[in-house]
Ligand binder design. Structure first.
Ligand SMILES: C[S@@+](CC[C@H](N)C(=O)[O-])C[C@H]1O[C@@H](n2cnc3c(N)ncnc32)[C@H](O)[C@@H]1O
Length: 328
């Protein structure tokens, strides 16, 4: 047996310039300006996110890696034979590779399916996994797609599925989006399938705020890259000198918010949207939410959406939790 690698692009949806332009038009045309966080992740954005993960303040990656290192054997022991291990929003696959290593060590049968909106992330992570696990019998089927398109493609499969939704990706939806996501996941999974979901837990607000405002300014650069991408792909003329990154903790909604704030009154034209957008001094564009969870909220979400929590793993500081949601 040899390793096999392939990359599938689902319907070309994620990279469509039209969809991007429409989303920018409706987001910047709204009363409270906003842009969808999924557009952070072009090739440059994905690299910057990898760099955020290495910043000392960005605890979610270190804590989740620690959990997966400590409990990889307990987690993979539950995986059925021949499982399709689907990593949604897989990024650089560094954390999922801890589970892959365990499965290979135990000589288990499985296919690893990294799914990401960023084609560059899918291709480079597969390349890196090929190097890390050279000489093994690893089968990888990379998918370039949005979460929900990739989930729809799960309906046709015959093998059992375990979905990985790591890195607190579940916290990046807008209000109620986590519950809607789990309902959609439930609809495509079969009884006995499961999902391992990474939740960032509520903790000291100072710790959370520092994670989204690292001293090296990488998170700031990651946020401002959204303007570079709009300028490049949609013919915009954002001048990043006149905007700043403003991270804020919203206590009422228990979420970290990233905003880009205009430093002066200005007008930005974006050719692909066919119009210009006016900004007031101090006006903000909401670009990302990262919800923080209580154990009660995690249990509530599982109950509401037809999952039973089979196991919950936390790092020693209780900053982060990986929960095993079994589809009922
Ligand atoms: C916060 S990063 C987490 C990466 C990795 N799972 C980890 O834990 O380090 C989010 C990843 O999800 C991808 N992503 C964001 N929105 C997406 C969407 N709507 N559909 C598919 N992938 C998405 C991004 O490209 C990025 O690689």
């Amino acid at each position: 047996l040899e390793s096999t690698y392939e990359v599938i692009q689902v319907a070309g949806v994620p990279s469509s310039t039209n969809t991007f332009a429409q989303d920018v038009l409706s987001g910047l045309g709204a009363e409270s300006k906003e842009l969808p966080a999924k557009y952070f992740y072009d090739a440059v954005g994905s690299r910057l996110f990898e760099s955020i993960c290495l910043q000392p303040e960005y605890y979610p990656t270190a804590c989740e890696a620690e959990i997966l290192e400590l409990y990889a054997d307990c987690i993979t022991a539950r995986f059925p034979s021949g499982v399709r291990l689907t990593d949604l929003g897989s990024g650089d696959c560094r954390k999922s590779s801890l589970l892959i290593r365990q499965l290979l060590r135990e000589k288990r049968q499985f296919t690893f399916v990294p799914v990401d909106i960023c084609e560059d992330a899918v291709r480079s992570s597969i390349h890196a996994l090929g190097k890390t696990f050279a000489g093994s019998t690893l089968a990888i089927q990379g998918i370039v797609a949005e979460y929900f398109d990739a989930l729809a493609s799960l309906r046709q499969r015959h093998e059992p599925v375990v979905v990985l939704f790591l890195g607190s990706n579940i916290g990046n939806f807008e209000e109620g989006g986590d519950e809607r996501f789990l309902n959609r996941l439930h609809a495509v999974l079969k009884p006995g399938d499961s999902a391992i979901i990474g939740f960032d837990l509520i903790k000291d607000t100072n710790v959370i705020c520092a994670a989204y405002n690292d001293a090296n300014g990488v998170t700031c650069e990651f946020n401002l890259n959204l303007f570079d991408r709009i300028n490049r792909e949609l013919g915009g003329n954002f001048d990043r000198r006149y905007f700043v990154h403003r991270p804020l903790f919203n206590t009422k909604l228990s979420r970290m918010e990233s905003h880009l704030m205009s430093l002066r009154e200005q007008t930005v034209t974006i050719a692909a949207t066919g119009r210009s957008f006016n900004f007031r001094e101090n006006e903000m564009i909401h670009v990302e939410s990262s919800y923080k969870y209580s154990p009660q909220k995690i249990s509530w979400l599982a109950e509401q959406t037809g999952f039973a929590i089979q196991a919950q793993f936390e790092d020693p500081n209780h900053y982060f939790q990986d929960a095993v949601f079994q589809r009922l």
